[in-house]
Design a protein around this ligand. Structure first.
Ligand SMILES: NC(=O)C1=CN([C@@H]2O[C@H](COP(=O)(O)OP(=O)(O)OC[C@H]3O[C@@H](n4cnc5c(N)ncnc54)[C@H](OP(=O)(O)O)[C@@H]3O)[C@@H](O)[C@H]2O)C=CC1
Ligand SMILES: O=C(O)C1=N[C@H](C(=O)O)C[C@H](O)C1
Length: 275
């Protein structure tokens, strides 16, 4: 079977760098030795896992991509870049007919989906690629659909902690708000409590010091009106390895959908998990 050519965009960023060894270790994929990077990235090259990657800035990418497409039929892009880049990157992929897995959070999510629907390509878009969290989201979606207003009258508190460099509110937490709304709790994404202070993360949250620079801790607390009932859901992730397997499953899923002739479709990680 021929390998799926994969381009990981967002080097030298943290998640993109974490993905490289996982892709190299999987014989289903071949890796393009280049990555779309930010406009302010100083270096032109990056060494990662004994591979040399060219770093392509936004101004250069349209001229650069045609050769890559010519030599890599079936190319899939993986995007772990920056919230400010989400929409421009999606438009770039759509313009060149490149199917993509969008792990990057933020941006205008409706415009993101619309750029696919209007295009001849497809994408998997999800704020969380950790398969066990996607499974939890699927359970929440099931509850929201089958038991609307189950938690009517309950209060909700959402707390999330991430590394101090994270640019936006957790996309996962924002997605969870939608489920809680359908379960009867009015709650806006502005009420999500974010922690980005490394000292508090260690002393108050108890996050291990070696993961202060890369973690994703979430807690959702629901309380009944009279205070007699409390539900608490927590998912705490240290490091970033857990996102790799889900991302690669999404690449395989997308490649299959394109081969089957799908165009202009947006898939979620719940679709990938079910597929
Ligand atoms: N879906 C999921 O499961 C997960 C999603 N994420 C999300 O992935 C994203 C990346 O996270 P993380 O790796 O920690 O972030 P980092 O800040 O470590 O890396 C982002 C990288 O993207 C680069 N970049 C900036 N602008 C562009 C652009 N226009 N085109 C291409 N690259 C660009 C940055 O370059 P420079 O530094 O030079 O600006 C940097 O190298 C975030 O939105 C995060 O929330 C994270 C974990 C899991
Ligand atoms: O930036 C991160 O690290 C993460 N981002 C995603 C989010 O915003 O929810 C997923 C996970 O929380 C890690």
């Amino acid at each position: 079977m021929s390998k799926i050519p994969v381009m990981v965009n967002g080097l030298p960023g943290n998640v993109a760098s974490t993905l490289i060894p996982h892709i190299l270790a999987d014989e289903k994929f071949s890796l393009i030795p280049a990555s779309l990077t930010g406009p302010d990235t100083l270096n032109d090259q990056l060494q990662c896992c004994n591979m040399n990657f060219s770093l392509i800035r936004p101004a250069d990418r349209d001229a650069w991509i045609s050769d890559v497409l010519l030599n890599n039929s079936g190319l899939i892009a993986i995007d772990y870049t920056h919230p400010s880049a989400v929409n421009a990157n999606a438009t770039f992929y759509a313009r060149h007919g490149i199917p993509f897995v969008m792990g990057t959070t933020g941006g205008d999510r409706d415009a993101l989906s619309e750029s696919i629907v209007q295009s001849a390509t497809c994408a998997v878009i999800a704020p969380n690629m950790a398969k066990q969290i996607v499974g939890f989201q699927a359970m929440m979606a099931h509850a929201a659909e089958n038991f609307p207003d189950l938690f009517k009258g309950y209060s909700l508190r959402i707390e999330e902690s991430h590394q101090s460099g994270k640019a936006d509110t957790s996309g996962t937490a924002k997605a969870m708000v939608g489920y809680f709304n359908r379960l009867g709790i009015p709650f806006g994404v502005d009420a999500i409590e974010m922690e980005r202070n490394p000292e508090r993360q260690e002393s108050v949250w108890g996050i291990p010091s070696e993961h202060i620079a890369g973690h994703a801790w979430h807690t959702y607390t629901l309380k009944s009106e009279d205070g007699s009932v409390c539900f608490r859901f927590t998912h705490n992730i240290n490091g970033r390895d857990v996102y790799a397997q889900g991302t690669l499953d999404a690449v395989s899923f997308l490649s299959q959908k394109i081969t089957q002739g799908c165009r202009g479709q947006v898939f979620s990680m719940i679709d990938v998990l079910k597929g």
